[in-house]
Ligand binder design. Structure first.
Ligand code: MG
Length: 461
């Protein structure tokens, strides 16, 4: 079965991995699936955004759908507006954190959450078999430009802010919106909370001149410097479509999403003991430590934001997180939202009166060590089968790849990448050497298994 959708929608390089006529066909397939309904469409700052938006909307209209184009917007704002304004579905044109040459298409259901895998399969089938249902000439859909709706989203986020406490503190916050659409949301929300807002990389530019659109400690060095220079209380770095937020404390230290996520979890659990928290299997044990301390339960999912969103809805969980800086706050919307995450961090800083570095220092500390092992696409399954047979620990989980737990609380996860011909290895332990040793040991094991499976396949041939 050929695939079109990856972990987060369809991703492509226009003119290289997908042509503009392929994008038109994708629009036709999505439109055929939704049968002449109302679509809210938006895009991030990418250079191919307008061309892709035109092709997608042509496909949607030709199948009878009406397109409301909201233009440049973050993914979480578009998702919120789909539900809030009662659209039948949404299309977001973005490649999120990928390099500038990429673009992509995410499809949302009427609840504003990315469509589940079963619906993606139907759209893929329509696409690959050209089963498009064209509208008659007098039933072709309209194209409307929609303006002035972002305020609904800004107000929706502010509903969950401790407005008086934050306003009183007059925080200084430096925002790095990655030269993209988060510039429309986070600075505005912070301004309304009486923060002194400063920005870097806030000029819209699809070349992403400031930094790579993926927020990581190594791409946020300038933000960290700016936080120190400005004497700011907080720095926040978003990805290209604003659904992720990575935070910098007042000392200029950049923190991974599972630590700041664990802090959000900790304060949430203090107010809601016993709740379930949803997160992928690759998340640090720090989250489980915090959740267990408050009598709650961690529900693990496969890696990918859609799995977290859908699991939260399925079990009625109110909070989810990802190590890459994705925070899913159910009372607002069960999708990851970098602007909402920023407000949740400020809520904690305002409530406690503590600096972020101090708040984070109270969490248990773990070290992760990540590696990659090349593995051809067609060998991923047989390799996984062998891995399951060979690994041993106090507990083995097979939700996504193979995760092995050891008695000292350390663990290793080996999972096939959904986008590249590799296996990813994540090792985590209370000390750095142990994490490295664990990852290296399993790298060796994985390389051996890949070689053996290659030989076996050759013999069969
Ligand atoms: Mg993103």
């Amino acid at each position: 079965m050929r695939r079109l959708f990856g972990t987060n929608g369809v991703r492509f390089i226009l003119g290289k991995t997908m042509s503009i006529s392929d994008i038109l066909r994708l629009g036709l397939a999505i439109g055929t699936f939704f049968k002449g309904k109302k679509c809210l469409m938006g895009r991030d700052v990418r250079l191919t955004g307008e061309a892709v938006a035109s092709a997608i909307s042509s496909g949607l209209m030709s199948t009878g759908c009406t397109v409301y184009d909201v233009g440049l917007i973050t993914t979480p704002a578009l998702q919120y507006l789909v539900r809030r304004l009662g659209f039948d579905f949404g299309v977001m044109i973005t490649a999120s954190h990928n390099p500038p040459e990429f673009n992509g298409v995410k499809v949302m259901d009427s609840d504003g959450v990315e469509i589940p895998r079963e619906k993606e399969v139907v759209i893929e089938d329509i696409y690959f078999r050209n089963k498009f249902e064209y509208a008659n000439w007098d039933k072709v859909g309209d194209y409307k430009v929609l303006q002035g709706v972002l305020d609904y989203y800004i107000e929706g986020v502010l509903e969950h802010a401790k407005i008086d406490e934050i306003t009183e503190r007059r925080f200084t916050v430096v925002v790095d919106p990655a030269n993209s659409v988060p510039v429309f949301t986070t600075p505005e929300v912070l301004k309304r909370l009486n923060c002194r807002v400063m920005t870097i990389n806030a000029n819209l530019d699809g070349d992403f001149p400031g930094r790579e659109p993926e927020p990581r400690p190594d791409t946020l060095r300038e933000l960290a410097e700016a936080v120190k220079t400005a004497g700011a209380d907080l720095g926040v770095g978003h990805d290209g479509d604003g659904d992720r937020a990575i935070f910098v404390d007042e000392e200029g230290t950049v923190h991974w999403g599972d630590r700041t996520g664990a802090l959000i979890v900790k304060f949430f659990m203090e107010e809601h003991p016993g709740e379930k928290i949803v997160t992928p299997v690759s998340t640090s044990k720090v989250v489980e430590d915090v959740v267990k301390k408050h009598g709650g339960e961690v529900v693990y999912t496969r890696v990918g934001s859609i799995n977290v969103s859908r699991k939260m809805m399925e079990i009625g969980a109110k909070l989810g997180l990802e190590e890459n800086g994705g925070i899913f706050y159910g009372p607002h919307h069960p999708v990851r939202d970098g602007t909402m995450a920023t407000v949740l961090i400020l809520n904690i800083m305002a409530k406690t009166g503590e600096e972020l570095s101090k708040l984070l220092s109270t969490l248990p500390r773990y070290h992760q060590f990540k590696l990659k092992v090349p593995c051809p696409e067609e060998l991923k399954e047989p390799v996984l089968k062998r891995l399951r047979e060979e690994v041993k620990g106090v507990k083995v989980e097979t939700i996504d790849g193979v995760k092995v737990w050891y008695s000292d609380g350390s663990w290793v996860l080996m999972r096939p990448s959904g986008t590249e011909p590799i296996y990813r290895i994540y090792g985590e332990a209370p000390d750095e050497d142990r994490a490295r040793e664990l990852s290296r040991k399993h790298e060796e094991l994985l390389r051996r298994i890949v070689e053996e499976v290659k030989e076996e396949v050759k013999e069969v041939k």
